[in-house]
Design a protein around this ligand. Structure first.
Ligand code: AMP
Length: 187
């Protein structure tokens, strides 16, 4: 299974992604996690990305593409993967399609879209801000990230719809209910 998780920040991609890892036994590749790790480790890449992340913008395509290419080239990703937070714009989606061809891997099977409305998203992210204290979970940055999602990432639904790969799942409810909806939709 080669799967992309699509949805606004706070739609549950990370949480459901973890459950899918356990279910399918394939790795999850999260560009957000990789970037936060690079920032925490103080690497050159982390330094380049930090200001953009703190402002809720998108980090340069070359940076995230490099992260994904390296990870997809590792052995455990050959039998499948769950992408969380990548691709984030149409250019990244096109690069991903080309990259899989180049790596001799089959194309993406499904793009799972977790649908959650903006008000619920803001509520969840403010709640997460209190619990986890992520640097980009502040109200003005949250609004910016939702704006960026709607402008840059949401159009990816059309990209994957054109390939017949989108499955939209209601992302509101208990974690188990949402997970069961995803599994059912994946068949
Ligand atoms: P996330 O944890 O997926 O919400 O990502 C946190 C932040 O990392 C985003 O707001 C972006 O600044 C950056 N980021 C993560 N993935 C990407 C990506 N595919 N393209 C550009 N920036 C990204």
């Amino acid at each position: 299974m080669r799967m992309i998780l699509l949805g606004a920040p706070g739609s549950g991609k990370g949480t459901q992604g973890e459950k899918l890892v356990a279910h399918y036994g394939i790795p999850k590749i999260s560009t957000g996690d990789a970037l936060r790790a690079a920032v925490a480790a103080g690497t050159e890449l982390g330094k380049q990305a930090k200001a953009t992340m703190d402002a809720g913008g998108l980090v340069a395509n070359e940076i995230v593409i490099g992260i994904v290419e390296e990870r997809l080239g590792q052995d455990d990703a050959r039998k499948g993967f769950i992408l969380d937070g990548f691709p984030r714009n149409t250019a990244q989606a096109q690069v991903l399609d080309d990259m899989l061809k180049r790596l001799g891997q089959p194309a993406v099977d499904k793009a799972v879209h977790l649908a959650v409305d903006d008000e619920e998203i803001i509520k969840r992210l403010l709640d997460r801000a209190q619990k986890e204290g992520r640097a980009d979970d502040k109200e003005d940055v949250i609004r910016k990230r939702i704006e960026v999602y709607n402008a840059e990432t949401h159009p990816l639904l059309d990209y994957y719809r054109a390939q017949g790969k989108v499955m939209t799942v209601d992302g509101v409810g208990s974690l188990d209910d949402i997970f069961n909806r995803i599994i059912k939709a994946l068949g």
